[in-house]
Design a protein around this ligand. Structure first.
Ligand code: NAI
Length: 248
């Protein structure tokens, strides 16, 4: 994979799971990392140590991506400390599952606020910096359920479908400025988020995956590393499924 030496990358929700794997991967390729986290400062310190042991630099910036001014601060810190912002990975996400007949209004709003508005907030603040620098790469983490829908996830699948709209609109607006915007739609990835699901759900999901295994955070990090590299300069506005063939 091509070197990202000298590039600065923000990863939101980088304290664990897919965000952590993406951050470590980009650091292995030489990028300086800005690790956004919401509350788990201990875990994010461990991620910093792991990145530093690979010879790259990382800082942690606390912030809730659903808050406009927090997103502004994450971008500001990146530019202050590393002098540029080349890569933004909108990874932070939550689930609050429930059937539509029972879902509470606040559970709908919260999931939209973090997953969808959070991505907008970060792009809104990062894009002007990238425009000034005449280039950048943005990757938004969507989900296969944003494409297919999913019973019990009306809030989450709406947010993840929304991310696809955000990706395509931003890609169209920012292409002339040398900024590529793409989305990755993971299938079922083994992380804390999916650990809580019942064995029954896990088993029936596994049966729907042609490659017959759950994905790893590494599988997603590999695709993100490609999309932010010069090899992907001619790719924008795309949604790439990384799902073992679950959706095709
Ligand atoms: P996770 O729950 O392990 O990690 C999510 C991270 O986001 C955590 O570090 C959490 O602290 C952070 N976060 C949550 N709310 C935040 C906020 N308001 N501000 C800043 N950070 C916040 O989940 P996982 O599995 O690593 O998911 C990462 C992304 O991938 C999410 O967007 C998720 O929706 C998406 N995804 C995951 C799939 C899976 O099977 N695990 C499948 C499809 C998409």
């Amino acid at each position: 994979m091509e070197s990202l030496k000298g590039k600065t990358a923000i990863v939101t929700g980088a304290s664990r799971g897919i965000g952590k794997a993406i951050a470590v991967k980009l650091a292995e390729l030489g990028a300086n990392l800005v690790l956004n986290y919401r509350s788990d400062s201990k875990s994010v310190e461990d991620v910093i140590k792991e990145i530093e042991s690979k010879g790259s630099k990382a800082i942690a910036v606390q912030g809730d991506v659903s808050i406009f001014s927090d997103a502004e601060n994450i971008v500001k810190k990146a530019v202050e400390v590393f002098g540029s912002l080349d890569i933004l990975i909108n990874n932070a996400g939550i689930t609050k599952d429930g059937l539509v007949l029972r879902m509470k209004e606040e559970d709908f709003d919260k999931v939209i606020d973090v997953n969808l508005k959070g991505a907008f907030n970060c792009i809104r603040h990062a894009a002007p910096v990238m425009v000034k620098q005449k280039g950048g790469k943005i990757v938004n983490i969507s989900s296969v359920v944003g494409v297919t829908g999913n019973a019990g996830q009306i809030n989450y699948s709406a947010a993840k479908a929304g991310i696809i709209g955000v990706t395509k609109s931003a890609a169209r607006e920012l292409a002339s400025r040398g900024i590529n915007v793409n989305a990755v739609a993971p299938g079922f990835i083994q992380t804390d988020m999916t650990e809580v699901l019942s064995d029954k759900v896990k088993e029936s999901t596994l049966n729907s995956i042609p490659l017959k295994r759950f994905g790893s955070a590494q599988d997603i990090a590999n695709m993100v590393a490609f999309l932010v590299s010069p090899s992907a300069d001619y790719i924008t506005g795309q949604v790439i499924n990384v799902d073992g063939g679950m959706v095709m």
